[in-house]
Design a protein around this ligand. Structure first.
Ligand code: UDP
Ligand code: MG
Length: 313
């Protein structure tokens, strides 16, 4: 029988975690598979730790990892994937915004031979106008700047099979991660399911504007080479300005035999700005190259082979 691992990242959720547990457990017990429920306590400073240990004491299939401090949601999900032992792994939040009953559909999608299941949020009642607008702007900008196109509103609610999980365990070990991006960019057979994000059951969102900005910057830097090329675009602009002033000055000189001091000066300054921007663009290219070497993402990913002895890497 196959096993489903559910990874839940938990940070200061003492007001929610019991309710989450009571809701998710019956769903898991009903599924026609074995399961493990793996809580990753991301350095909570409230009574979350005590509650989680209590929950684990009552059921062997409930497992807990406690971090030494807060490492962030992404790190908690990575650790959960690392430690999960199931054939299928689903990551979800502890605040009941990701409806546990959707685990049935996700499991079904795996049985239908999908390797990745992405959960797309239909609406977010909790978020309010500000968060919905910033979220739309986030995806619009990311897709505009980035080389990879991302599905909008893909959440931190997703599932993968063991093969994909092994890739995350081995290859995607960057310190600055954007897991939601990787899971879309990694390939494989995917199924996209939608869900209605419920309001947070209790407690407060841990993602403030500063943290969201951080996620955004990481996503842009990890998935877009276009920004480092901005230098070339500015160089082009400066060159055009330089030419306009040069032509203006020459035309003026031909007509009235007087050099326009401002025209010549502006043309010379713009020209040197163009040169400087070109150099910045070149430096950007080198930095981009360093980035793609240091992030150690795989050059290719093999899903399966026939008559090949070497193990799948
Ligand atoms: N979380 C975490 N570490 C953090 C911040 C959040 O493990 O540093 C967990 C949190 O307990 C929750 C999930 O990540 O289970 C999503 O966080 P939250 O609900 O605050 O974010 P939002 O849904 O508002 O984007
Ligand atoms: Mg939430």
């Amino acid at each position: 029988m196959s096993t489903l691992s559910v990874v839940v990242s938990v940070y200061n959720e003492e007001s929610v975690i019991r309710k989450f547990h009571e809701t998710v457990l019956p769903v898991l017990q009903e599924l026609p598979c074995d399961f493990e429920l793996l809580y990753v306590n991301d350095g909570s400073v409230d009574s979350t730790e005590v509650i989680l240990n209590e929950l684990a004491a009552s059921e062997e299939r409930v497992k807990v990892i406690h971090f030494s401090r807060n490492f962030g949601h992404e790190a908690a999900m990575i650790a959960g994937i690392d430690y999960a032992t199931g054939d299928y792994i689903v990551c979800m939040d502890a605040d009941l915004q990701h409806p546990p009953e959707k685990l049935r559909d996700i499991y079904q999608a795996f049985l239908e031979d999908n390797e990745i299941v992405l959960m797309v949020r239909n609406s977010n009642k909790d978020a309010g106008l500000f968060k919905n607008i910033t979220s739309s702007a986030f995806y619009a900008l990311l897709n505009w700047l980035g080389n990879d196109k991302f599905v909008r509103n893909v959440s931190d609610f997703f599932g993968m099979n063991r093969l994909v999980a092994d890739l995350f365990r081995r290859e995607y070990r960057e310190k600055r991660r954007y897991l939601r991006g990787y899971i879309q960019h990694i390939g494989f057979r995917k199924k996209i399911l939608s869900y209605e994000a419920a309001p947070r059951y209790a407690g407060e969102s841990k993602y403030n504007v500063k943290r969201l900005m951080n996620v955004f910057v990481i996503a842009i830097v990890n998935f877009s080479k276009n920004l480092v090329r901005a230098g070339f675009a500015f160089a082009g602009l400066a060159l055009v300005i330089s030419l306009v002033f040069a032509i203006y000055s020459v035309v003026l000189y031909c007509r009235i035999h007087v050099w326009s001091g401002i025209g010549v000066l502006a043309s010379v300054i713009s020209f040197f700005f163009a040169l400087q921007f070109v150099l910045m663009g070149i430096m950007g290219e080198y930095i981009g190259a360093i980035l793609s070497e240091t992030n150690r993402r795989p050059i290719y990913i093999v899903r399966d082979t026939r008559h090949i002895e070497k193990s799948v890497k």
